[in-house]
Design a binder for this molecule. Sequence first.
Ligand SMILES: CC(C)(COP(=O)(O)OP(=O)(O)OC[C@H]1O[C@@H](n2cnc3c(N)ncnc32)[C@H](O)[C@@H]1OP(=O)(O)O)[C@@H](O)C(=O)NCCC(=O)NCCS
Length: 152
Amino acid sequence: MIKIRKFKKGDERKLSYLSRKCIVLINSKDITKKQTVILYKHFTPGQFIKDSKRFNIYVAELNGKVVGTATLDLTLNDNWGRAVFVNPNYHGKGIGRELMNRLESDAKKWGFRSVSLKASPFAVNFYKKLGYKKIKEIVGDVGSMTLMKKQL
Ligand SMILES: CC(C)(COP(=O)(O)OP(=O)(O)OC[C@H]1O[C@@H](n2cnc3c(N)ncnc32)[C@H](O)[C@@H]1OP(=O)(O)O)[C@@H](O)C(=O)NCCC(=O)NCCS
């Protein structure tokens, strides 16, 4: 059974591990080695602790095992989905969708009418399935990303 809950202290190592696993096994295929290193270095356990103080971090558990994460940033005018990662061993089981459902319903509760995010090349079609529309392509430090937005 999939359960989505808020981040708690002690999750940071597991979230760092599964994010880095996605970066190395999946996202690295669409970006350079240098960009992979930047991303890998960013997602430390300490970064998750730091982010948990500013943002809403969600954790997905499958039968009690931590398998995914997503972050909702409510600090901007528009609100943003960030750092959506599901352990590659558990892809295609609806975990990413459940994480985004929770993130979107919380954004709605806070009075936001849309969610924006920068999608990795790998995730563009996943977000499309969930109702996100392409706004534009952006090129940054970690390669090209697609700015996408969903009306809630
Ligand atoms: C993108 C990601 C979060 C999706 O997680 P997931 O748990 O496998 O997704 P789900 O099982 O909930 O998929 C929901 C739907 O999207 C589809 N889907 C999932 N990933 C897809 C992809 N890469 N391309 C096309 N469709 C995809 C599924 O088939 C499913 O469709 P269905 O409802 O018709 O069966 C996961 O692949 C991941 O962690 N990727 C690597 C990290 C990454 O790039 N994250 C995004 C950063 S912006």
